[in-house]
Design a protein around this ligand. Sequence first.
Ligand SMILES: Cc1cc2nc3c(=O)[nH]c(=O)nc-3n(C[C@H](O)[C@H](O)[C@H](O)COP(=O)(O)O)c2cc1C
Length: 148
Amino acid sequence: MEYNESEFLIETLVPKDELIISRTDLKGNITYANDTFAKISGYKIDELLGESHRILRHPDMPKRVFKNLWETIGLKEQWQGVIKNLRKDRGFYWVHATISGVYKNGQLIEFKSIRTPISFEEKLKYQKLYDEYRNIDKDNIRIIKYIN
Ligand SMILES: Cc1cc2nc3c(=O)[nH]c(=O)nc-3n(C[C@H](O)[C@H](O)[C@H](O)COP(=O)(O)O)c2cc1C
């Protein structure tokens, strides 16, 4: 697919008074998405349902963050962390995410995620931290290398 590097530079700000909510099956396929999730990610709800949550994976995200996420929720614990997500138009948005299990009669049936905005300072901090993680782990390099 052809793309222009500059597309990756556009940030969408997550509103403070709205929550981005989704649920997935146990493999991470989206089973529910609210309007705010669709609006901020640039997809229609119908385009998100049935897709893997990986559809939002931004190339700046280190593998180890998602490894930790899946290990944590696999132990039936709640995971909280900061995620940089990729929009349909290849722009990005930062969120603080809380991910945990959905139980029915004591049995784990789905996962749910609620996301809220983070501050500008936190975005800088996590961008730097995640750049370091990818560097240490020899993950992919950053797409945007030069900003003139
Ligand atoms: C409830 C739930 C919400 C998730 N939310 C996101 C998300 O917002 N962005 C994202 O990149 N991955 C999210 N993931 C993780 C993805 O399923 C996936 O592990 C990740 O994108 C990395 O892809 P990979 O596992 O193929 O390496 C979520 C997983 C679950 C279970």
